[in-house]
Design a protein around this ligand. Structure first.
Ligand code: MN
Length: 157
């Protein structure tokens, strides 16, 4: 076995400043800048496993940051691994802490927000073959915001 393969057997965890990192795993832009609204999010692809049919990612959200409000046909399996925050899943608003689990069902609006106190990170498993996220139209956003709790969640910036 060559060195490259051996080094891929174990990719050790470390911190770079405050950020969670793994040896040999690049910390990437969450999404292309300007492609969708989000704040202070990075993406690391931990496992890309077409044979197993999944991609396993780690997302890190800075204090006060948030992921894109979106929906899609594929399911997310999420585990919070650092920090605290609040998630919108459908019209449900869920405070969360380390090691809480979320399942995001198909075609369900979702957004994860970090608390203002510190960074938040979560693991997210998705199928290798998956549809692209959809962003809400103005009408869909207005419909979501008819629920006052959802409006309060989405209006925090
Ligand atoms: Mn999503």
């Amino acid at each position: 076995m060559n060195d490259t393969k051996q080094s891929e057997r174990r990719r050790a965890f470390h911190r770079e400043g405050d950020a969670f990192c793994w040896d040999g795993v690049d910390v990437l832009e969450y999404k292309e800048a300007g492609s969708a609204p989000f704040k202070s999010v990075t993406r690391s692809v931990l496992f890309e496993e077409p044979e197993l049919g999944f991609q396993w990612r780690y997302f890190e959200v800075g204090a006060g940051g948030y992921t894109t409000l979106e929906r899609h046909e594929h399911v997310h399996a999420v585990m919070i691994v650092r920090g605290r925050g609040t998630a919108l899943i459908g019209t449900g608003i869920h405070p969360f802490a380390e090691f809480d689990l979320f399942r995001v069902p198909p075609m369900t609006w979702h957004q994860f927000r970090a608390s203002d106190e510190g960074a938040m990170g979560f693991l997210c498993l998705v199928p290798s073959e998956r549809d692209r996220p959809q962003l809400p139209t103005q009408d869909e956003l207005a419909e979501l915001k008819r629920n006052p709790d959802v409006a309060a969640f989405l209006n925090r910036r």
